[in-house]
Write a protein that binds this ligand. Structure first.
Ligand SMILES: Nc1ncnc2c1ncn2[C@@H]1O[C@H](COP(=O)(O)OP(=O)(O)O)[C@@H](O)[C@H]1O
Ligand SMILES: [Mg+2]
Length: 275
């Protein structure tokens, strides 16, 4: 769904993996930072309702979280906090078990609050939890795009496939993208991508678009230790440069290229048509 906001619409991109610990949260936050550098208003929502950790990674402590909205105690715009690099974020509620399985009614209220985010964001990124609980699935099926993060580890590849399979069964037209993280050598990333693209095509008859890889980079760890986004702490480190290409590719792929290039495209078309 492209959610119809008060004044504008915004796009939703869910980031998922199947397996935990593949770098979802870090990639989501940093993709947000990079897309903000392209002039997009970005909101990162920690949709890992069970074991939220965006706030831990960033060292942020916001007084209000998603569960206040779920319980109807707060309006969603009241819990939006400042994130790194001009982004905005909504953190989850660490370890609050009641959030693991929302009732149908709670989920409806919660989703109903969502349209309001259009007043502060052009793109909302969902950092989803590992596994495929009904809540994770709700976010994945509601999002305009799903970005699957896999690593070259066999367990991560099979879990990514299992996740894609569930999404494909529920929505044949899902728009799926793939990022390979923690890559040691470029061939390794290509190998993982080709394998996944092939099995998804063969067994699920669904296309996934490979949008690039992020190398294993010790500066990612270094940034996490100092509770910073790695693209801000180390903008020139290989992980940041590669994720920069991924962010640009993702924006192109969803038709959200830079205003500049849109402008150039329009001028080209204008002259093309006039000629
Ligand atoms: N590109 C990378 N290079 C090195 N380490 C990474 C990279 N991406 C993720 N990590 C490591 O993986 C850990 C888990 O990342 P996180 O974003 O929390 O994963 P998830 O959200 O999928 O559970 C991080 O703490 C970091 O140590
Ligand atoms: Mg995470």
């Amino acid at each position: 769904m492209t959610i119809q906001g008060n004044e504008r619409t915004y796009r939703t991109i869910a980031v998922t993996s199947g397996k935990g610990g593949v770098g979802k949260t870090n990639l989501t936050m940093n993709l947000g930072v990079l897309m903000a550098q392209h002039g997009r208003r970005i909101l990162v929502l920690d949709a890992d309702l069970g074991l939220a950790n965006l706030d831990v990674i960033l060292g942020l402590k916001s007084p209000y979280q998603l569960h206040h909205v779920i319980r109807g105690e707060k309006d969603i715009l009241e819990i939006v906090a400042e994130g790194p690099g001009g982004t905005r974020i909504i953190t989850g509620g660490s370890g609050i078990l009641e959030l693991l399985e929302l009732t149908e009614a709670q989920r409806e209220t919660f989703i109903g609050e969502f349209w309001k985010l259009g007043s502060v964001a052009d793109i909302v990124l969902f950092d989803t939890g590992a596994g495929l609980s009904s809540n994770v699935l709700a976010f994945l099926l509601a999002a305009d795009e799903v970005v699957v993060v896999a690593t070259p580890e066999p367990a991560s590849i099979t879990d990514a496939y299992a996740t894609i399979k569930v999404i494909a069964q529920k929505n044949r037209h899902a728009s799926l993208k793939l990022i390979v993280n923690m890559v040691e050598a470029p061939e390794e990333a290509l190998n993982v991508a080709e394998k996944l693209i092939q099995v998804c095509q063969q067994f699920l008859n669904i296309k996934i678009e490979y949008i690039g890889y992020v190398p294993r980079d010790k500066n990612v760890l270094q940034a996490i230790r100092s509770q910073q986004a790695f693209t801000i702490a180390f903008p020139q480190t290989p992980a940041s440069r590669h994720l920069g290409s991924v962010a640009a590719q993702l924006l192109r792929s969803i038709g959200e290229e830079d205003e500049d290039s849109k402008f150039i495209g329009k001028i080209r078309r204008f002259f093309g048509n006039a000629a």
